[in-house]
Design a protein around this ligand. Structure first.
Ligand SMILES: Cc1ncc(COP(=O)(O)O)c(C=O)c1O
Length: 396
């Protein structure tokens, strides 16, 4: 018989992460859920087939494996339902397709994850949606941009690469007055450090590829909705036939079990590297919301419970033509850091950020923005590697 799980509701975050989503008693006591590979699901008779009166009906519509992950995410997000999709990018495009129609106007934060901008400027525009970008720090002034046909306001906090913080409560309150749906790409904070639906967002989007996976080997996106928006999201998921694969769902649930511990380490290490960088004369500024010097720090402190391992810094250059050569010298000298685009795994990564697609929040003109993902290595080794980069950049 299944043991009571009443104690779980009031348990701490790490306890929850260990026990949410699946009850071993549901599958012969095995600690982890079975990986159900499925397309066809059989029905006992024609009547059951017609009425679909059984929990599972077809592989794309969920299995015990995907349900375990969705249930765990609903616990963490406080959401009414969660869908799984094959990538973090699909976790943005699917809700956009769910909530937007031809003739609608969508407000997208200018510091958005760049492939989201590409989707908006190409496919979404082709489908007749008018897209407008707004300043990440707009707050309640978003109201001034809302038109009668504005249907969706997309946020991302902190912003990609330049880390601007957004006042999600103020934006949501203003957007809701006009009946808009508020979406947030909450990948950086995870639901552990920012519970977006509690701050008014309707839809919380995650690239589970990052910290939930934690090992740079899985691609998956999750979209969690509040009760008002869950039926439309679920319907779009079924209509589009875009669903999460069983092995990937299993691995993401497995990753969630240790995500709290990993995030704590990323948080601590990244902040100490950020402080170390801030104290250097060869760094212009460090873009990390948990630093007191960062313009959006007050919002981060008020609304967030922690910070993950990704932040950026500006490597100054004496002239514009030196920006890229200096940045390349810095990156090429790194030995511990890998040069790679994704993040959220156990390893440290660095990239030179391209901000040329920005419309409102332009990138700095006095230096290169270098984004770091601080992994789980020892901080001394991470800093020793960055020293190699600074020495090479200084020689340019
Ligand atoms: C903020 C953010 N959202 C979404 C994504 C997309 O995730 P995926 O790589 O799984 O498509 C990324 C990827 O880097 C990201 O940085």
């Amino acid at each position: 018989m299944s043991k009571s799980k009443d104690w779980l509701a009031s348990a701490g975050t790490d306890t929850k992460l260990c026990h949410i989503g699946y009850d071993p008693a549901d599958y012969h006591g095995f600690v982890n859920p079975p990986v159900v590979h499925a397309s066809t699901v059989l029905f006992p008779n024609a009547r059951a087939m017609e009425t679909r009166t059984q929990p599972y009906t077809y592989g794309t519509r969920g299995t015990p494996t995907t349900d375990a992950l969705c249930k765990a995410l609903d616990e963490l997000e406080g959401s009414a339902g969660t869908i799984l999709v094959p990538s973090g990018l699909a976790a943005i495009t699917v809700p956009f397709l769910a909530f937007l129609s031809a003739g609608d106007h969508a407000l997208i934060v200018d510091s958005v994850y760049s492939p989201c901008r590409h989707f908006c400027d190409t496919m979404l525009t082709r489908l007749g949606v008018e897209v407008e970008y707004y300043d990440p720090e707009i707050g309640s002034d978003i109201a001034r941009l809302i038109r009668p046909n504005t249907r969706l306001v997309h946020t991302e906090a902190p912003g990609s690469n330049t880390m601007e913080m957004q006042d999600i409560r103020a934006i949501s309150d203003a957007a809701h007055k006009h009946g808009c749906v508020v979406t947030i790409d909450n990948t950086w904070a995870t639901p552990l450090y920012f519970k977006a639906l509690d701050f008014g967002a309707d839809i919380s989007i995650h690239a589970a590829t990052k910290y939930p996976s934690g090992h740079s080997d899985i691609l998956m996106g999750t979209v969690s909705a509040n009760a008002k928006h869950w039926p439309v999201l679920k319907e779009a998921n079924i209509t589009l036939g875009i669903c999460g694969a069983p092995d990937d769902s299993y691995q993401i649930l497995r990753g969630l079990r240790t995500m709290g511990l990993r995030l704590e380490h990323h948080y601590k290490s990244a902040l100490s590297v950020a402080r170390w960088l801030e104290a250097r004369s060869d760094v212009d500024r460090v873009l990390h919301p948990a630093l007191e010097s960062f313009p959006g720090h007050a919002i981060w402190k008020r609304d967030f419970k922690g910070a993950s391992g990704v932040f950026s810094f500006v490597l100054p250059a004496a002239s514009r033509d030196k920006i890229k050569p200096k940045a390349h010298a810095f990156l090429d000298a790194l030995q511990l850091f890998g040069l790679g685009w994704s993040w959220g795994g156990y390893e440290s990564l660095a990239v030179l950020v391209n901000l040329e697609d920005r419309k409102i929040r332009k990138g700095p003109t006095d230096g290169a923005v270098i984004r770091l993902q601080i992994g789980l290595e020892n901080v001394e080794d991470i800093c020793a590697d960055l020293e190699r980069g600074f020495a090479a950049a200084a020689a340019v």
